[in-house]
Design a protein around this ligand. Structure first.
Ligand code: NDP
Length: 433
């Protein structure tokens, strides 16, 4: 805490990992002697830069841009860019730290990074978004490259922003390389990348439930968020025969007890992705229940999928989920559950799929996008979906291998230990550097 003051999210992420890894290291002293965990907690470097851009009204705006290159023991730095007013070095350090374990779990050769800006895309015109992305890339381009660091999207950064940044990188570098992932299909993007995080999260949930002799079919599912992760999580739940009853945005949530079926979801995807509208508008037009300034966790559900942002499930939200009969929770978002809430869920025997396992499908397909770019070829949707499914199965298998306790499968512990081992062994092999 003294080394990283004012970074509560980073402390929270490290504490959770350390609580699982320290007992493991006691049994494997080679990691302790080389201070592997301590070295993994320190990013390789944190880059901070100024982003100046002009608004439509001629006003000059100044934002901060960042790239935290966390660990490249098992591959080039890889992780998303977030554009949101809450972005600061502590948030990016927590995300980069988590990414280290997540990327390791995918079994693909990817190191970890995270970046972004405190720029708020809400209310900005198309041209303002373009000018910001270009200004951001002018500076970021000094630190990235297809063999060194390959950024992707995250909150506030989707295909539109990636396209503007890729165009700018191409202009500056005079190169056409796979320096970013999440690109559009026309210029090197991968099929099912946009669906991958949400789909992967549901595949992971299905694996957890199968282990208990259950499945997603027939289960009522509460989802938070209505962005990239949430919408495709909902789509896959529908494919597997579950019933999605909630979605949310930062203004409130919708509740449809009859289920947000394929047709309704299509309308919401159109509203959120093409018109960048709000769920309140959907509720007004469709007549479904709308709860302003609230979260969906008080609605009874079998399965919970937090897919919005960090720490969105508090201790009292967890108690509501437990009281409502929730069986399992899969984190589509990164660290959406507070430490106290995790405790409540565990004590209620609710299965918890941590983000570093459950939402790894996005970065896994980003890894597959990198492979396709290197090979100058494109795999089909069927091939990619089957690769994604088998990666999620493999992550589940790794979590099981280290997460079995007396009667309860501790997926949090399983993911932390399995993710740690591969990176730690690579670091040991390099010696003290
Ligand atoms: P998007 O920007 O597409 O969507 C984010 C959604 O969450 C929006 O509905 C947004 O509402 C809501 N939200 C954001 N911040 C808050 C907040 N403070 N309170 C309430 N609601 C909020 O982002 P993604 O779907 O890409 O990312 C969601 C989560 O998933 C993040 O934690 C991200 O790190 C994680 N993730 C994303 C991956 C990806 O492939 N995109 C991969 C792995 C993890 P509003 O529109 O009102 O802001």
């Amino acid at each position: 805490i003294a080394r990283n003051p004012g970074e509560p999210e980073f402390h929270q992420a490290v504490n959770e990992v350390a609580s699982c890894i320290i007992p493991f290291i006691r049994e494997h002293p080679k990691y302790r002697e080389a201070c592997i965990l301590e070295r993994m907690c320190e990013p390789d470097r944190t880059i901070s830069f100024k982003v100046v851009w002009e608004g439509d009204n001629g006003a000059v705006n100044i934002n901060r841009g960042y790239r935290v290159q966390f660990n490249n023991a098992i591959g080039p730095y890889k992780g998303g860019l977030r554009f949101h007013p809450t972005v600061n070095p502590g948030i990016l350090k927590f995300l980069g730290f988590e990414q280290t374990f997540k990327n390791s779990l995918t079994t693909l050769p990817m190191g970890a990074a995270k970046g972004g800006s405190d720029f708020d895309p809400k209310g900005k015109s198309e041209r303002e978004i373009m000018r910001f992305c270009q200004a951001f890339m002018i500076e970021l381009s000094h630190y990235i490259g297809h063999f060194t660091d390959i950024p992707a999207g995250d909150i506030g950064v989707g295909a539109r922003e990636i396209s503007y940044m890729f165009g700018e990188y191409k202009r500056i570098s005079h190169q056409f390389t796979g320096v970013l992932t999440g690109k559009s299909l026309e210029y090197g993007g991968s099929l099912i990348r946009k669906e991958a995080t949400g789909y992967g999260c549901v595949y992971f949930m299905e694996e957890m439930l199968n282990e208990q002799g259950e499945s997603v079919r027939g289960k009522t599912c509460a989802i938070s968020g209505s962005g990239n992760v949430a919408l495709y999580c909902a789509e896959k739940i529908n494919h597997l025969g579950g019933k999605v009853i909630t979605l949310s945005d930062s203004d409130g949530f919708i509740h449809d007890p009859d289920g947000i079926d394929e047709d309704k979801l299509g309308t919401i995807i159109e509203l959120k992705t093409r018109r960048r509208g709000r769920l309140a508008e959907y509720a007004e037009n469709s007549g479904c229940n709308y709860f302003p300034e609230s979260k969906p966790w008080g609605i009874e559900c079998d399965l919970a999928f937090p897919c919005a942002t960090e720490n969105e499930i508090s201790k009292s939200d967890a108690a509501l989920l437990a009281g409502g009969g929730c069986l399992a929770l899969a984190e589509g978002a990164n660290m959406p559950t507070t430490a106290e809430a995790l405790e409540v869920l565990r004590n209620s025997n609710i299965l918890i799929a941590p983000g570093k396992a459950a939402n790894a499908g996005g970065v896994a397909v980003s890894g597959l996008e990198m492979s396709q770019n290197s090979m100058r070829m494109a795999w089909s949707t069927t091939e990619l979906e089957s690769k994604l499914q088998s990666i999620m199965k493999d992550i589940h298998r790794q979590c099981l291998a280290h997460g079995r306790t007396n009667g309860y499968i501790d997926y949090v512990r399983g993911a932390n230990i399995a993710g740690f081992i591969k990176v730690a062994d690579a670091m040991l092999a390099y010696g003290i550097i």
